[in-house]
Design a protein around this ligand. Sequence first.
Ligand code: DGL
Length: 275
Amino acid sequence: MLHDQRPIGIFDSGIGGLTVTAAIQQALPRERLLYFGDTAHMPYGQRSLEQVRQFSEGITAALLERDCKLIVVACNTASGAALKALRARWPMVPFVGMEPAVKPAAEHTRSGVVGVIATTATFQTEVYASVVERFAHDVRVLHQPCPGLVTAIEAGELDTPATEALLRGWLEPMLAQGIDALVLGCTHYPIVRPLIERILGPGVRVIDPAPAVARQVGRLLVEHGLEAPATATGDIRCTTSGDPQVFSALMRRIGWAAVPVEQGHWSANGTLTLP
Ligand code: DGL
């Protein structure tokens, strides 16, 4: 059997992709992970798809430069905007991306109404239109963009009255229309899942695709002969284009042990250099 000790590269616009990273670490504890949060450009969800694609290409190039064996686009917005282009530009590299989990929601619903919350940009992608078309035949899907929520989460406002008011404004009208499943279509949103669940109550199932994405990473590693050796111990290195200290403090806030965070730098011509 082939083995490969190179890291898995994972990226997002900020700390959101860490919700996917936690699931990968749990499922694949022997793997080395290299995470990049593009905090300097956050939020992606309010940018054009073209701009998000450019950032995603710059980040992927930098992660590959750091010898990553597989890339996880741990951001729904970047997956929708860029995954196709990334696969076309690097056909030999295995990629795993996010897509809103409309399929499990459609399978779960009894009321026939499901909700999806995601960024404004995600709802503009072909990927989103395609999951709804493929999986939501006899189901009504309510789409709700949540502008401002990612920024609030990155500011550490995880359970403040202001964040609760934002969420109530989006979720209560969906509840009134009878949803019994809610898809978290942005990797930042699981960070405020306790608050979301408190607002929705026990009758609504909240769906986070992170564990399924981690399983897909494991399948691809096996398929490509890229698994870490059985004796390896995994680790994680974190990098950000923002302030490493702020990033590290936020990580601890959301339950990570102290992980050293280093800074990556974007140049004026759109090249990212990672330490
Ligand atoms: N975490 C990202 C996602 O899954 C988006 C965040 C942003 O707007 O920056 O869509």
